[in-house]
Design a protein around this ligand. Sequence first.
Ligand code: GRF
Length: 218
Amino acid sequence: MSDSAAPFSAAVLISGSGSNLQAFIDAVAEGSLNVRLAVVISNRAEAFGLERARRAGIDALCIDHNDFESRQAFDRDIARALDRYQPDAVILAGFMRILTPEFVQRYAGRMLNIHPSLLPKYPGLDTHRRAIDAGDAWHGSTVHFVTEELDGGPGIVQGRVPIVAGDDPDALAARVLHIEHRIYPHALGLLADGRIQFRDGMAWLDDEPLQEPIQLQQ
Ligand code: GRF
């Protein structure tokens, strides 16, 4: 829960461009998101998101998974780094590593992910091509609580975009990314304001079970 003296703090884990991170940075700067972005951690040194963090004055760390002999050892090092910042939430924003159950449990109810599909459709990779190949009329992205099931935790906010004639995966991905930049700051704001909670394996909004994710359309 946040107050103006000590805003809710979030650590953001990335692997790449960090455009969702940028959406958080911009929302904080314009005053629509009352969150302190405490640290950004990437598993890849060349991730442009690290540069975005530094430009915004946010601590930016690289913890390269190749430097560790096991997934457990990598996750333990991330947890150690996070402990120095004591974030209220851990936000996965294009973080392309599967986290161990121990790590997931440690941040249960405090960790969000964004996945580029209308979950429960298309968990895993290559979602844009799969949606086009299936002849779907709609595609999109889902912000969800992270549980031990990959892309399986309860959804919070979903953004829908149309699939149009002649779409290819890149064009569709760009359309999806655009709506991600709206839904992720919105979902993080709900978490920071204490309006969204994770209890009994479900997402709750304002103390009511959330039967399906909040829907936003392009
Ligand atoms: C997003 O499409 C997200 O859904 C997926 O990875 C992409 C990250 O993009 N998990 P960015 O690094 O935030 O630009």
